[in-house]
Design a protein around this ligand. Structure first.
Ligand code: PGA
Length: 248
């Protein structure tokens, strides 16, 4: 049995009350009974709005980041328990934009993944190499190091995470990894998961980085690509819905 794919939108720092409502209403109108799991990861201030519009629908929602701490004096941080209060099923952790612009380390990302699982939230753990790392043939070493930190922290819960392979050079650039390039890395990640859990096939490994309506089907046809983490194209309902339809 193959696992149900997951198509998750990452809105990043985009949207507003009116735009979110229009987007979500269009998604609800078009989504039907998807064969894949579908989710949108919204900016934290809008999670209540998203919950209000999506509760009881086939579309789940999640956050784009969360604190590694449980609670307390961490000004500006949002805890896993708070996300849970607003019905979040997922939280992206370790997105390359957070690693790059906010100095998030492998250890911090691993702590966030652990904290998410403890609160009953599925972490979508992002890994991926920069262009410089790819050109230096460091791709495998980088993604394995990033995933190893998380596996070490979550241990026997490894089969409950979602992994997203997002080559940094492909994010928001229109340069997608070819299906073969992506599959190659996904196979490496699957093998690493197999060494850590008896159910590596249960872990969804998403591809992210300029996935769009035109290239989704060929990426999703690869044996180890179990879904997508979609940035830009998740802000346009017809495009996002086409990606969802391509996932079966
Ligand atoms: P993109 O972003 O689809 O706009 O390339 C993907 C991501 O950063 O999750």
């Amino acid at each position: 049995m193959t696992i149900k794919k997951l198509i998750a939108g990452n809105w990043k720092m985009n949207g507003g009350l009116a735009a979110n409502e229009a987007l979500l209403r269009a998604l609800l109108t078009g989504v039907g009974q998807p064969s894949a799991d579908v989710a949108v990861c919204a900016p934290a201030p809008y999670l209540a709005q998203v919950q209000g519009l999506l509760a009881g629908s086939p579309i789940d929602w999640g956050a784009q980041d969360m604190s590694a701490h449980e609670q307390g004096a961490y000004t500006g941080e949002v805890s896993a328990a708070m996300l849970k209060d607003f019905g979040c099923r997922y939280a992206i952790v370790g997105h390359s934009e957070r690693r790059q612009y906010h100095g998030e380390t492998d250890a911090l990302v691993a702590a966030k993944a652990q904290r998410a699982l403890a609160a009953g939230i599925t972490p979508i753990v992002c890994v991926g190499e920069t262009l410089v790392e790819r050109e230096a043939e460091q791709t495998e070493a980088v993604v394995k190091r990033q995933l190893a930190a998380v596996i070490h922290a979550v241990a026997h819960c490894t089969s409950e995470i979602v992994v997203a392979y997002e080559p940094v050079w492909a994010i928001g650039t229109g340069k997608t990894a070819t299906p073969e390039q992506a599959q190659q890395v996904h196979a490496v990640l699957r093998a690493q998961l197999a060494a850590a859990t008896s159910h590596p096939e249960r872990v969804r490994i998403l591809y992210g980085g300029s996935m769009n309506a035109a290239n989704a089907a060929s990426l999703l046809a690869q044996p180890d690509i179990d879904g997508g983490l979609i940035g830009g194209a998740s802000l346009k309902a017809p495009d996002f819905l086409q990606i969802v339809a391509a996932a079966h």
